[in-house]
Design a protein around this ligand. Sequence first.
Ligand code: SF4
Length: 166
Amino acid sequence: MNSRPPVRARRRQRLDGEPACRTADPALFFPPDSEGGESWESGRAKALCRACPVQGACLALAVRSGESHGIWGGTMPGERRRMWEKAERLGAVRPLVIRLLAGREVRVEVGDRDAVVYHLISGGWSVERVGKALGLGPAVVLEAYTRSRKVARLAVALGGEVRRTA
Ligand code: SF4
């Protein structure tokens, strides 16, 4: 017998608010391919999560507890691992950002780009100025900022305040 649905019910009780999955079939959130690609079940589960008023808290709880099964906060296990890694990069890139703010030339690796863009724009730099400093077009800068804001919200929800370097 699958023990995960009762675990899910206990988790929900720890969230303030009314989870959108309260009356949904728990099996939707544990699709057979939850480590792999999308399926009908995972698509349905993620749609419920997108409309859920406690999505942020649910995601933070799953990441904090290292939940390695199922869909939580609209994410699969692999997506949560990647978000956690990106949240860590937000803190790790601060020395690079400080050098950029000081007007020094800095080489920014692709893996650090989103985090650097986040700090510079949060610190008041325009999209154009960030693009010029990093050699990127405005659309790329905006996409990077949009991605990194989601990660920053997660980092704050986890209790690791993402300080603005600028
Ligand atoms: S975010 Fe998704 S898994 Fe979490 S409580 Fe809401 S509907 Fe349920």
